[in-house]
Ligand binder design. Structure first.
Ligand code: PEP
Ligand code: MN
Length: 277
């Protein structure tokens, strides 16, 4: 099982070295829950690249609990993501909700996200695997670690080992936070498997003020990176507004995660990788 996933640098990145997920350098993936407009996504990409982050997250196809809420911009969202990512030299991670979206998503993205609700959607896992692209497999919010690893096995069974596991919180008896971040599972996976582990503190806690402390715990437990929701104007976000961190919070977030990284013999690339704008 490869413990590092290597992805070629984005076309316009000033960095020529590939991104190595699972390496000593932590990987941050930041961006909005949903791509809402070109302006919003461009503002995010500019801030994200200034902070030294190499991966832009953003949903174009959104798995919303209610069909009456914003469902994402679809293809237009993918086009926006790719355009602004290319402008700022960023890689793109975005979710494919169904098998039929994979040809599109694999054209526009660098990493395919499999969402929590789809962790056991085996035909989607097989089809994603067959693209040969890196896959971030989010944990089903009601799934055991064993079920999660079996889902990863489905991807491997179709010849793709470029898998990172994403702990995004599980449902418990207590709804004081949106979900419960399973920090023990992060440590367990790092001890017993070779998969890179990414933590998603945003969906775990569901509140912007708790995202940083949860992220620190995840990194201290051994996570190889974080995927975090960030919005230029959180109160106006069309999805997951309560958990989005703002531009001001992002600077503090990156600085504090960098300090925790050093405490566990990792580091965060802090350099300004962005082309001047
Ligand atoms: C997301 O990343 O925006 C998302 C929908 O996450 P999850 O699948 O973990 O709920
Ligand atoms: Mn979200």
């Amino acid at each position: 099982m490869p413990s590092i996933i290597q992805i070629d640098s984005a076309p316009n990145s000033v960095l020529s070295n590939p991104l190595r997920i699972g390496d000593n350098a932590l990987t941050l993936m930041l961006g909005p829950c949903a791509v809402e407009s070109y302006e919003q996504t461009r503002a995010v990409a500019a801030a994200v690249s200034r902070a030294g982050v190499r991966v832009l997250r953003g949903g174009a196809f959104k798995p919303r609990t209610s069909p009456h809420t914003f469902q994402g911009l679809g293809l237009e969202g993918l086009e926006i993501l790719r355009a602004v990512a290319d402008e700022f030299g960023l890689l793109v991670i975005t979710e494919a909700l169904g098998v039929e979206q994979l040809p599109l998503v694999s054209d526009y993205a660098d990493i395919i996200q499999i969402g929590s609700r789809n962790m056991q959607h085996y035909p989607l896992l097989w089809a994603a695997a067959e693209t040969g692209m890196p896959i971030m497999l989010k944990r089903g919010f009601m799934s055991t670690v064993a079920e999660w690893l079996a889902a990863a096995d489905h991807i491997i069974s179709r010849g793709n080992e470029r898998i990172m596991l994403c702990e995004r919180g599980i449902r418990s008896f207590d709804n004081a936070t949106r979900n419960v971040l399973d920090v023990g599972a992060i440590a367990l996976l790092k001890t017993t498997t070779g998969f890179p582990v990414i933590a998603d503190p945003s969906h775990a806690v569901g509140r912007s003020d708790l995202v940083l402390p949860a992220a620190k715990a995840a990194i201290a437990a051994g996570a190889d990176g974080l995927i975090v929701e960030f919005h230029p104007d959180p109160p106006t976000a069309l999805s997951d507004a309560e958990q989005a961190i703002s531009a001001d919070e992002m600077d503090r977030f990156v600085a504090e995660i960098g300090r925790i990284a050093v405490a566990v013999d990792r580091h965060l690339p802090h350099a300004n990788y962005a082309p001047a704008h």
